[in-house]
Design a protein around this ligand. Structure first.
Ligand code: GTQ
Length: 355
């Protein structure tokens, strides 16, 4: 009966079909299956380092240009070179460098994105969460849970600089971003300083406390304590080949990550230690506190990253790397591992992909 359609005939019929279904908001999956269901992640973000020496000079210039009272926050977003125009450090995390000068106040607001701060320079500046002031010192890690009122102030001397990391790309993805400004340009009455640390962070909990409310009830994890823990452990601890001595900041009421979406860690690498090759789907933002070294990308053309204290570098999802510490290094990091684990998406690979 009918002959098999000629190849250019079927091609024409397909194209006519694609155009017609397209008008009805339909797309044939077979046209994009391979693009979407990749054998492994196709990552756009790139490894990148911002040197603190250069960053510091640049953010200080902003002091003369904008005031946090008008700008809401005086922050430079760290935009990944592989994500132009996206304002993101990795596909899932925003990172920004915030500056406060003596006497300044940043207005009080709250938003559904969760925020964390990692302090680079500070003497006498505070961030307040629900009115509880937390005076910042270099190396401190601070949690601002979703929908908590927060404001910043500076009562000391010299510039205060910290790194903000927020999960705002996730609230955008889920169309769940809300922001509210505290009424009348005011702020909550200050409460007892360090209250939450004493109430929840001393291996005890108030009777009847409802555990696991999402984020840690402790706002502040001072570097003094983190450093002491690492110092006390380092000489008699077996070092993980991929991580050295690596400790996670946790919600003490659950033992889980301090925030529902963002994981935060501090790791120590002894002088001369080189980690084994490693990769994880958790794109990670690093900030060394002490030490100097190199991040290498075995088998890739990506140039190595040299790090010094307070530099900020990003290692994207599924990027194989190893860290070689020239001098004893303590390195803070924040990633989306907490969110990925909850969604059962997180993976890691220890050792080289070739081996
Ligand atoms: O300090 O509250 O980098 O709301 C971005 C959004 C900081 C903050 C940022 C914010 C803040």
């Amino acid at each position: 009966m009918s002959a098999k359609p000629r190849p250019d005939d079927i091609e024409a019929r397909r194209n006519e079909y694609y155009a017609r279904v397209g008008e009805d908001q339909l797309v044939p999956l077979w046209l994009f299956f391979k693009d979407w269901f990749t054998l492994e992640p196709h990552v756009q973000s790139l490894p990148h380092v911002w040197s603190y020496e250069a960053l510091r000079e640049t953010i200080l210039e902003a002091a003369a240009i904008v005031d946090p009272a008008d700008a809401e926050r005086r922050v430079l977003a760290l935009e990944n070179p592989g994500l132009p125009g996206r304002r993101l450090a990795t596909e899932s995390l925003y990172a920004g460098l915030q500056l406060m000068m003596p006497g300044e106040l940043a207005p009080c607001h709250r938003h559904t994105p969760t925020a964390m701060r990692f302090v680079l320079e500070s003497d006498g500046a505070y961030t307040a969460v629900n009115g509880e002031r937390c005076y910042m010192k270099p190396g401190d890690f601070i949690v601002t849970p979703a929908w908590t009122w927060h404001d910043h102030g500076h009562e000391g001397d010299g510039p205060t600089v910290w790194l903000d990391v927020l999960d705002v790309a996730m609230t955008h993805l889920f169309n769940a971003t809300f922001t509210e400004h505290y009424p009348d340009d005011s702020r909550p009455e200050p409460t007892e300083p360090l209250d939450t640390l004493h109430r929840y962070g001393m291996n005890m909990l108030p009777v009847g406390y409802e555990r696991g409310q999402g984020a840690s009830p402790i706002f502040s994890y001072p570097y003094e304590r983190t450093r002491e823990v690492i110092e006390r452990l380092k000489d008699h601890s077996e070092l993980d080949a991929c991580h050295g001595l690596k400790m996670e900041y946790v919600d003490p009421t659950t033992g889980g990550p301090a925030m529902p979406t963002i994981s935060a860690h501090m790791q120590l690498l002894p002088a001369g230690f080189t980690t084994e090759s490693y990769r994880t789907t958790a794109g990670t933002i690093y900030c060394p506190v002490e030490g100097a070294g190199t991040v290498e990308f075995p088998g890739a053309e990506t140039p190595a990253i040299e790090y010094r204290p307070w530099d900020i570098f990003v290692i994207p999802s599924w990027q194989e790397f190893r860290i070689a510490a020239d001098t004893e290094s303590t390195i803070f990091s924040a990633s989306d591992q907490a969110a990925q684990e909850k969604l059962r998406m997180w993976r890691e690979q220890r050792g080289s992909k070739g081996s």
